[in-house]
Design a binder for this molecule. Structure first.
Ligand code: HAM
Length: 438
């Protein structure tokens, strides 16, 4: 017997019970984005490798060790499965001259991202993000808008225990001054740095501040803080964000060590974090990236955005609101005999046109066996069509889950309205019969 094949490690199937919850979540998210005026953008899953190494930074975990990269078998072109969405979004905006044509853009995207990380709870090799990017906005207002809108989504979802961490990475020059001071400081402690940090000491010292190694915490804690190097404009920008957050009543903690794992950020960066999900507690992260558009070949253009991890958010949603009901099927049609089957198909199509969800039993079997399936389907009503009903152009209605609703047999003409009354208007149960039709 051949071995059964399994999904790739760290890449998950989302089975129907779970996928229905994803869909409910995605609907909510779509509504929420529309309320804030964001428009959808869809970009390819595969991009030139250079896009990510240039955007995210050569000396980052993502580019150094987590990208799924390969050479196109036909022309050798170096390609990568996208590890994030910002680079693609900026590439598309430059390529299609979105901002030049139509002015500043509020965009969003969703879809799978790929990072070759060590899989664990909340960390996968294929995971899903919903991301938001605002291109062409320079002020602190859009940074605040992003944080305020995420807080509103957590509220809509009833999420508990998510807290906001905030920092400013300043401007290039300020970071350069801070970096020089940081390197001098870290060089003085070089013998105590771990291998990763030694390697990053000159290439990307800021990332050492983000180290999770407990042995480095004292050194990191006492390191020069970027906040002490911010100039007046960066400070004013950061203050501007905080005023709007305070007005919105959103509590936050300034975390001087929050630097994010991608190199394109400047000024405001933020993360929403929870303790409810174990080690992988960051459900959303983002910030400003004023240099990225130019760095990728576009005109200089300020921008900011964020992305949330769908798997992590849904895990937290489940934690916060408890059991979730699977999607509800309204009608299951059982039938026996050739004429009954044909009628069942016609009736079901007509009811679907009335926006009802209807499953027609397939595969035959006794009425008893079919009714068992109807019950197991979770449907609210069964429609029963036997040879008698088919001959009389009638349908039996058997409520499966509705308190007080009566079993009855109705004409085709009365079916749609009777069902509607049973499902949505119990009081008028009998009045509808005789009107309308399928
Ligand atoms: P990021 O922090 O790398 O930022 O990812 C954003 C979110 O994606 C994380 O907060 C986390 O919830 C989720 N995530 C990341 N890696 C994994 C994984 N391996 N498994 C499960 N979930 C994961 C970005 O990607 C930026 N592009 C965000 C951004 C948009 N900044 C500006 N605009």
């Amino acid at each position: 017997m051949s071995q059964t094949l399994q999904a790739v490690r760290g890449m998950n199937d989302v089975l129907p019970d779970e996928a229905e919850i994803w869909e409910t979540f995605e609907e909510l998210v779509r509504d929420w984005l529309q309320r804030y005026g964001y428009r959808p953008l869809r970009t390819p899953v595969v991009e030139p490798t250079a896009l990510f190494s240039r955007a995210i930074g050569e000396v980052t975990d993502i580019v150094e060790k987590e990208m799924y990269s390969f050479a196109d078998a036909l022309n050798g072109e170096k390609l990568t499965l996208r590890p994030e969405g910002t680079a693609s979004c900026v590439r598309a905006a430059i390529q299609h001259k979105l901002v030049e044509g139509a002015g500043p853009q509020r965009l969003w995207y969703q879809g799978p991202m790929f990072r070759h990380e060590r899989p664990q709870r909340g960390r996968y090799r294929q995971f899903h993000q919903i991301g938001v990017e605002a291109l062409g906005f320079a002020g602190p207002d859009i940074d605040a808008e992003h944080i305020i809108m995420t807080a509103a989504l957590w509220d809509d979802l009833g999420l508990e225990d998510v807290r906001l961490e905030l920092n400013s990475l300043g401007a290039g020059e300020e970071r350069a001054q801070h970096r020089a001071a940081l390197v001098t400081y870290l060089e003085a402690h070089q013998d105590k740095l771990d291998e990763d940090s030694q390697r990053r000491l000159h290439a990307n010292p800021l990332r050492i501040l983000d180290s999770k190694n407990p042995a480095l915490q004292d050194i990191v804690e006492a390191a020069p803080k970027l906040a002490d190097y911010l100039g007046a404009e960066s400070r004013a920008h950061f203050d501007g964000v905080q005023v709007l957050l305070k007005d919105a009543g959103i509590p936050y903690r300034i975390n001087h060590r929050l630097v994010r794992g991608l190199d394109y950020y400047n000024r405001t960066v933020f993360e929403w974090v929870t303790d409810r999900l174990g080690a992988q507690g960051t459900v959303c992260g983002g910030g400003r990236y004023d240099g990225l558009v130019e760095q990728l070949g576009g005109k200089s253009l300020p921008a900011a955005g964020f992305a949330m991890g769908v798997e992590r958010l849904l895990a937290l949603w489940r934690e916060s609101v408890g059991e979730m009901a699977p999607g509800e099927l309204e009608i299951y049609v059982v039938h026996q005999g050739a004429a009954a089957q044909r009628l069942a198909f016609q009736v079901a199509e007509a009811l679907r046109r009335d926006s009802l969800s209807v499953v027609v039993h397939c595969g035959g079997g006794s009425f008893k066996a079919q009714m068992k399936k109807a019950d197991g389907s979770g449907a609210l009503l069964a429609l029963v069509i036997g040879e008698d009903e088919a001959a009389a152009n009638e349908v039996g209605i058997k409520p499966l889950r509705l308190e007080g609703a009566q079993q009855q047999r109705v004409s085709l003409a009365a079916l749609a309205e009777t069902i509607e009354n049973i499902l949505y208007n119990d009081d008028d149960n009998d009045e509808g019969a005789g009107h309308g039709g399928v």
